[in-house]
Design a protein around this ligand. Sequence first.
Ligand SMILES: Nc1ncnc2c1ncn2[C@@H]1O[C@H](COP(=O)(O)OP(=O)(O)O)[C@@H](O)[C@H]1O
Ligand SMILES: [Mg+2]
Length: 454
Amino acid sequence: MSFQTFVLAAGGASFLLGLLFGALSGQTLLRILLFSGTMAGLLFSVRAIRRTISRQSASALQNPLTIKAQGLFDDLFDPMLNGLIRLLREKNEVSGRLAEVASRFEGVLEHMVEGVAVTSPNAQILLVNAAFERILEVSSTEAVGSRLGLVIRDVAIHQLVEEVFRTRAKVVREIEFSGAGKKKTLNVVATVSETKDGSGKSYGIFLFYDMTTIRGLERMRKDFVANVSHEIRTPLTSIRGYAEALTDGALSDPELSRKFLGIISDQADRLSRMVNDLLELSRLESGTVELRLGKIDLGVQVDRMREVFSSRLEDRQMQLKTDFPRPFHYVSDESLIELVLTNLLDNAVKYSPPGREIRIQARQKEGMVTVGVVDNGPGIPREELPRVFERFYRVDRSRSSSVSGTGLGLSIVRHVATILKGRVEIRSESGEGTTVLLHLPQKGLPTSILPSNL
Ligand SMILES: Nc1ncnc2c1ncn2[C@@H]1O[C@H](COP(=O)(O)OP(=O)(O)O)[C@@H](O)[C@H]1O
Ligand SMILES: [Mg+2]
């Protein structure tokens, strides 16, 4: 046995004895003595180990066989060293696997459509994902650390939190509240459950599925059905009423009969126009409209429209003027542009008082062509302007009721503009006439059909 091995064994034994007696003894002085002995033993051991290692490596360099002479040292330390290395390797593997699981968890969380919030039992937010930030219009730095009830200021959320932690059962409920930005009302289906971690600590798991768009579309569909029913019922009631009046005796009065039959015919026209407009709108909305782009000469197109409107223009002593060079070539879908011009001219003719002038203007600038219809009619109050493109919307129904219409014309115009990747603009003020402009992009269209002037 070498000196080093002896010192090592002595140090180790003293260390163990120190531990044993120190634990058994109750006397402070003895404890101090034993502790000092232990520390001295440990110190010796460490120094001996260091010396042995440095000598071993030096002799290994000179003669590898001398290592064998250090048998006890190897026997004692190799398993310890190997064990330590294995432990470190396992720890590394475990932490590697943990990091992989954590990154996979984060990936799933960040790509979820549902907003996720993990909270403490008193609903303090511990973690949120990207969808949560988007749906609830709040950043994670604002959310984490706050109470969920402060992020979603709604009594429903308080009740939900309270219910989940009281009943410990999963709760699914749709809630409606205004978002943090307070710009819009949010419809969210919340699924809330409680979970426990390995140490038995409780957490609230909140899943939020955004239903705002779906609910908005449902509302629009309901409004639409209600509007159609209402709009159809009005002329139908009128037709039935006058038909009954005729059968009830008015038929014997030729003048009254003619008047009533005229009303019935007008109302039937109105119904048929409405059905046509609805069919047109549904065709445009279906997304199946096939674009037939081609080179159009606006002058030729306007001449055709003038013919269609000639009798109405004559009846109302109106002039249709043009304000664009001839020829004026551009690229678009001819039948869709005709649909737009028909609706805009129809409005200009029917809403303007007799004798007024209507103008069709066109400009071409920076890859855009703008075609517009200008009238000197009664105009539209500024506050009503944003609504005129809504389906069935008619400004001041009492004023419009004397003029037949469905309130669908400008909706059709806006749909066409969208289909042509352009936009529609309306400029008007009460008593100042109305200008409706259709802006059509000409860039990116097939060059084979692009006119030379574009
Ligand atoms: N040129 C115009 N002058 C005055 N008001 C207009 C004009 N164009 C549209 N409006 C107003 O906008 C409303 C919506 O127009 P539109 O969608 O074409 O429906 P409709 O003509 O069938 O009533 C009309 O009811 C009318 O009140
Ligand atoms: Mg109209």
